[in-house]
Design a protein around this ligand. Structure first.
Ligand SMILES: Nc1nc2c(ncn2[C@@H]2O[C@H](COP(=O)(O)OP(=O)(O)O)[C@@H](O)[C@H]2O)c(=O)[nH]1
Ligand SMILES: [Mg+2]
Length: 204
């Protein structure tokens, strides 16, 4: 798929503010600072669309983007609030968890989740919680291992195998990307094509 255009729709800080639409939604999930905003900017070829922040924990909203407005592969990309940021109050953590949990459990138009983890590290406890949400809600997902430029090519394969084993997924369900070196987009685009065409067929 070619991303022809992308624009910011809005942010939701609570479930009641989530978008009501019959467009397919694809979400990007992962801990703070894993590279969600950079991933979205890389995907849509716009360095500024999703605001990247060097301060972890800034993304406290579900941020919605409209992709391919008016085309037959139009869909909504949802940048989910990052988790696992230590310097926030428990009350705020609970608020985020509630928003995330409700969105993942209730959003009928959510057809796929790109679940981002840092290629260099083993998944955290919060990553496991996210994985359990995905599993519990029967949500199809692809693991995206970010920041692949930070390790050598030979290490990439090894790390992908470790992460795939950790989550007990096949190697086709994990993709290495680097938003800095700009690698990995093709595999993501292919996955998006599959998600969108499956939905179009189902709708006919
Ligand atoms: N080297 C490298 N740094 C990255 C990559 N993706 C994101 N970063 C950096 O990681 C930090 C957090 O990125 P951001 O996209 O804001 O993460 P978010 O909190 O998940 O949205 C920023 O300093 C980015 O420049 C990547 O692929 N490679
Ligand atoms: Mg962000």
């Amino acid at each position: 798929m070619i991303i022809k255009n992308a624009s910011y729709i809005k942010g939701a800080s609570k479930y009641e503010q989530c978008i009501v639409s019959d467009l397919v939604q694809v979400a990007v999930a992962g801990k703070s600072n894993v590279g969600k905003s950079s991933f979205i900017n890389y995907l849509v070829n716009d360095g500024k669309l999703a605001r990247t922040s060097k301060l972890p924990g800034r993304t406290r909203l579900i941020n919605y983007f409209l992709i391919n407005d008016g085309a037959n592969d139009e869909f909504i990309l949802a940048d989910l609030p990052g988790y696992g940021f230590a310097k926030v109050s428990d009350a705020e953590k609970l608020k985020w968890a509630e928003l995330l949990e409700k969105y993942l459990a209730k959003e009928k138009m959510l057809k796929h989740v790109f679940f981002l983890v840092d290629i260099r590290h083993d998944p955290t406890r919060d990553d496991v919680t996210m994985y359990n949400y995905l599993f519990k809600n029967n949500l199809p997902f692809t693991i995206v291992a970010t920041k692949a430029d930070k390790i050598s090519k030979s290490q990439v394969k090894n790390r992908l195998r470790c992460i795939a084993n950790f989550f007990k997924v096949g190697e086709s369900n994990i993709i290495a990307i680097s938003s800095v070196a700009k690698t990995g987009k093709e595999a993501i685009s292919e996955r998006l094509d599959k998600v969108l065409s499956a939905h179009q067929v189902a709708a006919e």
